[in-house]
Design a binder for this molecule. Structure first.
Ligand SMILES: [Zn+2]
Length: 269
């Protein structure tokens, strides 16, 4: 059985349920979190209605494992925006209209299960242990281009007086440079946006054999989060590629429209 555990990650395997957790976040007793693997599927915006029964069953399995209340789930309709919204009491729900077209959630309220879905896009889990504030952000390639990671940090600072140098950010499994192959149009968008990063030449590389470009979005997120004031040791990278591990990770590149969704959750307890 495959094991994705590494120095920063533990891979939990139970009967019919697998997920990963960040060792760093497990050090704190005030939060719970995970990123789910196959076989559980939590469906996309497009497939949610048809898979509703299955998703509800899977939420039941996961909520029992992690001991969270299904009624406190806050799951936005993610549409690759750079919008990060605050969760207050009464904002709970799956696809609550309050957070349509929202790709990041932040809160200081206990018991709110911030839940976002992923298939190759980058999950960013944030925790400020001083102010006791959490955030969960969907940074796909479009979100990364719009620097939604920085916008999440700004939201935590503005709404909750967080200080960037206290914030921890964990970068979950996503499509990494080995598989994030793009054409010149997407390469140009990234290059124009991030050309000032010191290691841009290593972040974006070109392969003449197939005339394709490869982009290291994890490195972009690390660099921009450091610029936003996070300490390097507080940026934890899972180092897991969802395409390399598509046997146990939902992967849009691999499975196209058929692809299921993993979820990342984080909750203050
Ligand atoms: Zn890969």
């Amino acid at each position: 059985m495959k094991d994705l555990s590494n120095k920063d990650i533990i891979h939990v395997k139970k009967d019919g349920l697998e997920y990963i957790q960040f060792r760093k976040l497990l050090e704190y007793k005030d939060i719970k979190h995970c990123f789910t693997l196959k076989p559980l599927d939590f469906a996309s915006n497009a497939t949610y209605e048809e898979k509703k029964k299955e998703v509800e069953g899977n939420l039941d399995i996961l909520s029992k494992e992690l001991n969270f209340d299904i009624n406190n789930i806050c799951r936005p309709k993610q549409t690759h925006t750079d919008r990060v919204e605050k969760i207050e009491d009464g904002d709970e729900g799956i696809y609550n209209k309050k957070y349509d077209n929202v790709d990041g959630l932040v809160t200081d309220k206990k018991g709110k299960v911030l839940m976002l879905s992923f298939a190759d896009c980058t999950p960013l889990l944030f925790y400020d242990p001083i102010r006791n504030v959490i955030a969960n952000t969907h940074s796909g390639w479009k979100g990364t281009l719009q620097t939604i990671g920085i916008k999440t940090v700004e939201k935590m600072k503005k709404e909750y007086n967080c200080k960037a140098d206290n914030i921890i950010c964990c970068i979950g499994p996503h499509i990494r440079k080995c598989h994030f192959e793009v054409d010149k149009d997407v390469r140009d968008l990234f290059y124009n946006k991030f050309k000032d990063l010191i290691n841009i030449k290593e972040i974006i590389t070109y392969k003449p054999e197939n005339d394709k470009y490869y982009i290291n979005t994890a490195e972009i997120n690390k660099q921009i989060l450091k610029k936003a004031g996070l300490n390097e040791e507080n940026i934890i990278d899972s180092n897991i590629c969802t395409v390399c591990n598509s046997d146990i990770c939902h992967s849009f590149r691999t499975e196209k429209e058929q692809s299921g969704r993993s979820i990342a959750i984080i909750e203050l307890i």
